[in-house]
Design a protein around this ligand. Structure first.
Ligand code: TEU
Length: 562
């Protein structure tokens, strides 16, 4: 398997709005990130993924871009960005930007010109359609509630927006649009950035004809479902690779909902000439469903680990996995898979980040930051949560109280509360009034307190990341093959990693009860090699390996033989 720096990297996603506020306006900013580079370096990550920092009216917190070549004023200036990039590089920290090119803001100059008249030279930069029988062209619904079609009175046509009506979809079938995108990519790459996370990139190729889909929530069919993995997707990604990506030593990851391992190999296959890896969504949809995240049900661990194992086995040697459970769109994993305790946070991290693939941490997970105690719909800021509540209650499909429980559990706002730096006011995030309230648990869950505690989640993450990046076991844990163990155990996630010479065994009890284990399925020579071995990493008492053993609640360990 070809060794590369992006396979050996650890990525840390920063949601700038909530990371660190340097000018006390209540909103995080670029200078605030620069202030924290030494902290990030000390964590052991080496790539920083910045959620969008471009000019935006913030209808969807920056995922609605009005100028790709300007910085959002509340985040700072282009000089602040250049300083951040330079200071990061001085510390051998790479910087990955968020490329949002399935859609723009409706305030982008392109859209303003496109909507000005049917004869505009930029009319077909976007997707305009006539009414059908006096109503929207299809029954497609926006990810944020309501129809995915918005009527434009002036030109008497609808435009498509798979997300908010302020996020009109670009028409990627227009070669002028593709060239505009490649040009803006070169602008940032020529400044020296180190890669792109590509927002809903497998939605860019729309089907040749638009037809109604199976009505899902309410009277709509999810537009994303109808446009995912479209007919020209690979042609466009291969063109993007030829025209731009292949000319730089960079890292790329495509956000690709609705994609299985076979689809992932087509986008991120070693010899495909498209992207390096993708974010898949099968595992984070297991406690909901593909078309309705609010259809909440408990996470089934046996299903989860079999899904993760399938991705490990099917991409080994043919493509490359990303590994994540946290990001700015997902609720906090420690609240979703754990019980909000530091021990469960360490257990989840051990289970995830010793698998094959590039780990993607999200700000605050290294502290054990948890979901926020939301109460009423008025507590939320996220357009997705608010839109879902409105659509599902007004249509009578869900009872408000029951739906609020599901939203409290799954809302993206859970990941967007301010980073918890210390015990001072607002957790040290801002000297002003934070744009979102700080989680009330910050006096116990914060970076400063955890720096001083050798058993903190923060210091456990440091040990875990060192094991993957600088220990003698680095190549085994980055490139070794994966084999699931105890497949039917409903609480323990255990697996082997091997490179032919050495073998690592990872065992994690993801439950509140002690679990007795028997590793009789492991070949005898491996058992013999592991017997008595002390763990190279554990959140427990450090028991030596034995074929039969008991793991305490949330106990995790990794033993290595050879
Ligand atoms: O998210 C893609 C998307 O479909 C989200 O709705 C996400 O899948 C869902 O919230 C998870 O339950 C990307 C960005 O990550 C998200 O922040 C943006 O809102 C969205 O695209 C539009 O740009």
């Amino acid at each position: 398997m070809k060794k590369t720096w992006w396979k050996e990297s650890i990525v840390y996603e920063i949601y700038p709005r909530s990371f660190n506020d340097s000018d006390n306006d209540g909103v995080g900013d670029l200078r605030g990130i620069t202030e924290k580079l030494d902290y990030l370096k000390s964590l052991g990550v080496n790539v920083l993924w910045l959620a969008p920092v471009y000019a935006s009216p913030n209808d969807d917190n920056g995922y609605d871009i009005s100028d790709y070549r300007a910085i959002m004023p509340e985040f700072g200036t282009m000089a602040d960005f250049d300083c951040l990039l330079s200071e990061a590089h001085k510390r051998s920290l790479k910087v990955m930007m968020d490329l949002v090119v399935n859609h723009t803001s409706d305030e982008h100059a392109w859209f303003q010109e496109s909507r000005s008249s049917r004869d505009s030279l930029k009319r077909d930069y976007y997707i305009w359609r006539d009414p059908v029988d006096g109503h929207a062209p299809t029954n497609w619904g926006s990810a944020f509630g309501g129809s995915a079609w918005e009527w434009d009175e002036k030109t008497e046509q609808y435009y498509l927006h798979c997300f908010s009506k302020k996020q009109p979809d670009l028409n990627w079938d227009n070669p002028k649009v593709r060239e505009e995108v490649y040009s803006l990519m070169r602008f940032w790459l020529d400044k020296g950035i180190d890669g792109f996370r590509m927002d809903v990139i497998n939605m860019i190729s729309k089907p040749g004809t638009f037809t109604d889909g199976p009505a899902g929530t309410g009277q709509y069919c999810d537009a994303g479902y109808m446009v995912t993995n479209g007919p020209q997707l690979h042609a466009y990604l291969q063109e993007m690779n030829r025209e731009v990506l292949s000319r730089y030593d960079i890292m790329t990851v495509g956000e690709c909902g609705g994609t299985d391992p076979e689809g992932a190999r087509l986008i991120a296959g070693t010899d495909r000439g498209e992207l390096n890896m993708i974010f898949q969504f099968e595992h984070v949809n297991l406690d909901g469903n593909e078309t309705d995240k609010w259809a909440h049900k408990p996470m089934d661990l046996a299903l989860l680990k079999k899904n993760l194992a399938r991705w490990q086995e099917e991409l080994h040697g043919t493509a490359w996995n990303s590994i994540y459970f946290n990001n700015h769109d997902q609720p906090r994993a420690v609240s979703r898979l754990g019980d909000n305790t530091p021990q469960s946070a360490k257990a989840i991290a051990t289970a995830l980040y010793l698998m094959e693939g590039t780990p993607y941490l999200y700000q605050g997970e290294e502290l054990g930051m948890t979901n926020y105690p939301f109460r009423g719909i008025g507590d939320y800021h996220d357009i997705e949560s608010i839109g879902a509540y409105r659509q599902l209650t007004e249509s009578g499909l869900r009872e408000p109280e029951e739906l609020l429980d599901a939203i409290a559990y799954k809302s993206r706002d859970n990941a967007r509360t301010p980073m918890q730096w210390d015990k001072t006011a607002n957790a040290g995030f801002t000297g002003g009034t934070p744009w979102m309230p700080v989680n009330p648990n910050y006096p116990a869950v914060n970076a400063a307190s955890e720096e001083a505690d050798p058993d903190s989640v923060l210091n456990y993450y440091r040990k875990l990341l060192r094991l993957r990046t600088v220990s003698p076991y680095k190549d085994l844990l980055v490139y070794g093959s994966f084999r699931l163990l105890l497949a039917d155990d409903p609480a323990v996630f255990a697996y082997l990693r091997t490179d032919g010479d050495r073998t690592a065994l990872v065992a994690v009890n993801l439950s509140r009860e002690a679990r007795e284990l028997s590793f009789s399925e492991i070949p005898e020579e491996i058992i013999n090699g592991l017997s008595g071995a002390q763990p190279v990493l554990t959140n427990g008492g450090g028991q030596g390996f034995a074929e039969r053993m008991t793991l305490a609640p949330w106990e995790a360990a990794c033993w290595i033989a050879g």
